[in-house]
Each structure stands twice: as structure tokens, then as C-alpha cells.
Design a protein around this ligand. Sequence first.
Ligand SMILES: Nc1nc2c(ncn2[C@@H]2O[C@H](COP(=O)(O)OP(=O)(O)OP(=O)(O)O)[C@@H](O)[C@H]2O)c(=O)[nH]1
Ligand SMILES: [Mg+2]
Length: 288
Amino acid sequence: MAAPGLLPGLGRLIEMPSALGRLSRAYSKPHAFTEVLQLPKMELTKLVFPLQELQRHLLPDAKPDLIQLRIFDPSLEAIARAQSFFTATPRNRIEYISSAVRLDHAPDLPRREVCFIGRSNVGKSSLIKALFSLAPEVEVRVSKTPGHTKKMDFFKVGKYFTLVDMPGYGYRAPEDFVDMVETYLKERKNLLRTFLLVDSVVGIQKADNIAIEMCEEFALPYVMVLTKIDKPSKGRLLKQVLEIQKFVDTKTQGCFPQLFPVSSAPPTVAPGPLSVGSSAPAATSPTH
Ligand SMILES: Nc1nc2c(ncn2[C@@H]2O[C@H](COP(=O)(O)OP(=O)(O)OP(=O)(O)O)[C@@H](O)[C@H]2O)c(=O)[nH]1
Ligand SMILES: [Mg+2]
């Protein structure tokens, strides 16, 4: 699936204030990776491949075999193609379908499915909202209060796949969390990929280990997504990336080897049309 290619690009894209100043002038609406492609090479690399930027901060004498970032490096064409999956058009409808608290209440859909799991407050709903920024009629609710998403929320992404926003685990998780999410992960037949979100400020926590063990035990192919990369300093982020990467290399079997670093934060300077927080309310939306 090409969609993962979108994550580092769009996530970072909405986070870089200096580049946004330029983009704000160039954009009339919140879209068009084609226009990002017109940025000078260095600026484009910073936006789309944040780990390449981070790599410059490694000590020059670091042994390359010991400390080496594994950079997810999709082609720009692949990213542009991935964007088209998330662009709502009459022929590519992106919409909320329904919510479920139990697997047997989940919609029976023919398409392949991907889900976002992670601790409460890690930024699952925010990332989905950012991914849907080119489908502003779809409402995805985010909140600073952990434990906000209480049900599994199913969204249709064109004819391509279904995306599922999960309740968070850990602090203020719903009581029926284990029944709901564990059963889903174990038994959902059309689950193609699980995106496990980890907060880049605090790294892998105890509760994350339980989720990682679940993914490993059920032999799920999963991807580790590092959220909120706008928050830590570059040094801290680099440390987290290297630690988590080492963990993935040495302790996991089913995890995609490269991390996806993302930020869903709206720009702090020069708020422009790329802000993810400007979605209009939808006619149908998840209830919590
Ligand atoms: N700075 C920053 N804040 C973020 C980012 N992503 C999410 N947040 C904030 O983190 C808080 C939680 O975000 P949500 O997306 O609701 O988190 P969640 O994982 O869906 O949480 P639950 O539904 O409770 O499991 C909100 O206040 C968001 O604005 C990010 O990339 N950067
Ligand atoms: Mg949520």
C-alpha cells in the first residue's frame, strides 16, 4: 500500500513554519503536493523527509554501522500518488462509516483495512484528521483529554481501504478496551496493516510494550509511527529515533524496519491554509 509514504510528508508539511510562509503564498486551498515539489530541494527535503534532516545532527565520528538512521525513502511520485488516495472527489469518497465497541458490531466491509493504535493522547485521531485534510467534510474528533476516542471508528478511504481509529490504551482507556481491541487485532480478517503510534517525547512506554507484544503474538505486520515530532528538541528526537530503531531491529519480528516520524500540529507561525484544524463539521460523525 502506498499510503504510508504520505505520512512523513504531510505530517511534516503542516509543521514547518518557515516553509509554510512560502507555501501560504503559493496555496489557495489546503492541498497539492505538486506545489510542494516546486520548493527548493533543501526545503523540500526538510519537509518531506525529516529524518534526513536529523541525520545531519549525528556526530561526524559516530561509527556508521552502530549509529545509522534507517530512513523511509519513498519516491516523490509515490508520495504524490498516495495523496490522491486521501483526496476526496465524487469518485473517491472519504467518509465516516460507523463506530463499534465490539468486533461483531464492526461493519462488514469488502475492502482491506488499516488501523491506528497507541496510548491515549498519543495523537491517533489527530493524525487521521491530518490525513483527511483534503476531505474537510469528514469530522475526526481530537481532544487534549486522554481517553477521548471510546469506540473503534471506521472511515472509508475511497475504494482503496478502510481506516480505523482506535481508542487509546493506558490512562483512561475504556473498560472494555481489551475485549474490543485485542479481539479486533486477533480476528479481523481484512486487517492489512497496523500503525502503532508512539509519542516521540517519551518514547516506548510500558503500555506500548503490551501493544507491541500483541502485534508480535498475532503476527501482524505493523509500522511504528513516531508522533508529535514538533515537540522534542532535535537532540532528544534523534535519541528517541535511534533507541526505538534499535528496539525495532533487535526485539521485533513483524515491525516495518523504518520509523514514520510525523507531526499533526498546526503551524505556530504564519497560520495558513495548510492548517489541519480547519475542517468543517460533517453531517455524520463518530459519537463518543
Ligand atoms: N504538538 C503536537 N500535539 C499533538 C500532535 N498530535 C496530537 N497532538 C495533541 O495531542 C492531544 C491528543 O490528540 P488525539 O489525536 O486526540 O490523541 P488520541 O491518540 O486520538 O487520544 P485518545 O482518543 O484519547 O486515545 C491533542 O491535544 C492534540 O492536539 C502533534 O503532532 N503535535
Ligand atoms: Mg482519539
